[in-house]
Design a protein around this ligand. Structure first.
Ligand code: ZN
Length: 168
């Protein structure tokens, strides 16, 4: 599950708009559908905040885009990792764990945000942009939408170390 703010697209180093996908095939091979995912009811019950944001949902090799918004490239990469894990783990089981197990959700989102961050970092042209991307991704990971209850600066440290070790 990934979300983004449309205004983040103002950041200078953003990938070009033509690499964003609203519907159809993505560069990572998923198929984006303008529709709600099969788990939508359960997800909105668990995370009511998804109503207030631009949120997309992976379900195996599909990405559900209920609002029909153009999805940034690095979010497609984030979702591609979820999709791979879901295929390996079993997509229904993955969502089940994701909704009920905070640590599982944290592990999955940490790795997906690291992928997202790697793409953003590779586009940064100076340290200000690198810092802005780091702040952006750590802020997203700390968002109440995921309900981790971990401070942004703690998550940022974990991102810098590249591991969640020391969480529990
Ligand atoms: Zn996610």
């Amino acid at each position: 599950m990934g979300f983004f703010k449309v205004e983040d697209s103002n950041l200078k180093a953003r990938a070009k708009r033509d690499r964003w996908v609203r519907q159809g095939k993505t560069p990572f091979g998923q198929k984006v559908l303008v529709d709600t995912p099969p788990v939508y009811e359960a997800v909105t019950r668990r995370f009511p905040m998804v109503h207030d944001k631009a949120v997309v949902f992976s379900y195996g090799d599909k990405v559900y885009n209920p609002q029909g918004i153009a999805i940034p490239y690095e979010i497609l990469a984030h979702e591609a990792l979820h999709g791979e894990r879901q295929d390996t783990y079993g997509v229904e089981r993955w969502w089940d764990e994701y909704l009920k197990d905070k640590l599982f959700r944290l592990e999955e989102e940490f790795d997906a945000h690291m992928v997202e961050w790697e793409h953003l970092k590779s586009w940064a042209t100076n340290r200000h942009e690198r810092r802005a991307f780091e702040a952006l991704v750590s802020k997203k990971l700390a968002s109440p939408i995921y309900d981790f209850g971990i401070k942004r600066l703690t998550l940022r440290e974990m991102m810098r170390r590249g591991t969640l070790d020391g969480t529990s």
